[in-house]
Design a protein around this ligand. Structure first.
Ligand code: GLU
Length: 326
């Protein structure tokens, strides 16, 4: 029979052993490949930046960082999977404002808690969003699109990379402020949405700017406005939606790395240091800058606070749109 005192001693021993095992595994970490889950389809901005970073981390860490696309439900599926993964540093999430702010706020019932069910690793950067159209759409600016959409409510639907993404929110904010009723067509990410926009299957797309940059430059799609408060330095010819009559309009996206809850702190700290080193590389900085991303690297604690601030900031805004997703 185990006495209470002995039982306590045993559980203390288990705790100490567990902590020691965590330290030991952190010392040899990583000793095999790491999976970085991208919760959107290939070709979107989440996938684009995650792959650039994964390649750099692979070079630095001497183990492969492999991107795995687990798309669907506006990022919810991939995020939920990582929140339940083994907390050993070998499964990570490349999260966004969708997985850690908008989806939890807009879902009738979220599959995870964005604060309690993750260990924040590092904030990566901020990105603008953009309103783009197929070149056959006879609108050269936002007011012309509003007039077209009002005159042909059945013809002008808008695509996005999924429900409760900043692109879905951008579309609903546009409808509310412009008085249009464009229907939402959600995809599994901006990659497949862009294919349909270029092919003319859908006339309008709200996208993260990084995944649209090349298509805009090649003239395959036309940009009508950026969603940020001020113009984007890398593409200064695109006016904001605000300056085209939608006063106060603002949306944006951000990206960050998260680990499953209870991932040992030494592993989180090691990952944070590796991300810091990767983002300090001038060539990598240039690539992200060309994609219109502003790097905003942070500590794990600062990312934890950032997520809470974002939830507080977007709570009333998402409530005001009245949009809820299943
Ligand atoms: N548009 C992004 C993608 O398809 C996801 C939306 C976001 O959370 O920013 O990768």
């Amino acid at each position: 029979m185990i006495t209470r005192r002995a039982g306590l001693g045993l559980s203390m021993a288990a705790l100490v052993l567990g902590a020691l095992a965590g330290t030991a595994s952190a010392q040899t970490y990583p000793d095999r490949s790491i999976t970085l889950v991208v919760p959107f389809a290939a070709g979107g901005s989440t996938d684009l930046v995650a792959r650039i970073l994964a390649q750099k981390l692979t070079e630095q860490m001497g183990q492969s960082v492999v991107v795995e696309n687990r798309a669907g439900a506006g990022g919810n599926i991939g995020a939920a999977a990582v929140s339940k993964a083994t907390p050993d540093g070998y499964t990570l999430l490349y999260g966004t404002i969708s997985t850690h702010t908008l989806n939890p706020l807009m879902a009738k019932k979220s599959a995870y808690d964005p604060v309690k069910d993750f260990e924040p690793v590092a904030l990566i950067g901020n990105i603008p969003n953009v309103l783009v159209v197929n070149p056959s759409v006879p609108a050269k600016n936002v007011q012309e699109l509003i007039a077209l959409a009002k005159a042909n409510p059945d013809k002008y639907s808008y695509a996005s990379s999924g429900v409760a993404t900043p692109l879905h929110l951008s579309g609903e904010m546009f409808n509310a402020m412009a008085g249009t009723k464009m229907a939402h067509v959600p995809y599994r990410g901006a990659g497949p949405a862009m294919n349909d926009l270029v092919a003319g299957q859908v006339p309008v797309l709200f996208d993260n700017l990084p995944s649209s940059v090349e298509f805009i430059k090649a003239g395959k799609i036309r940009a009508l406005g950026v969603t940020t408060k001020t113009r984007v330095a890398q593409m200064p010819d695109i006016p904001t939606l605000d300056e085209q009559g939608l006063k106060g309009y603002e949306t944006y996206s951000w990206q960050a790395i998260f680990a499953p809850p209870k991932t040992p702190k030494p592993i989180v700290d090691k990952l944070n240091a590796e991300v810091k080193k990767a983002l300090a590389d001038p060539a990598l900085q240039q690539r992200l800058n060309d994609l219109t991303m502003t790097v905003t690297f942070s500590s794990p604690d600062a990312l934890a606070k950032f997520v809470q601030d974002q939830l507080a900031l977007w709570g009333p805004i998402t409530k005001a749109t009245g949009v809820q997703v299943d």
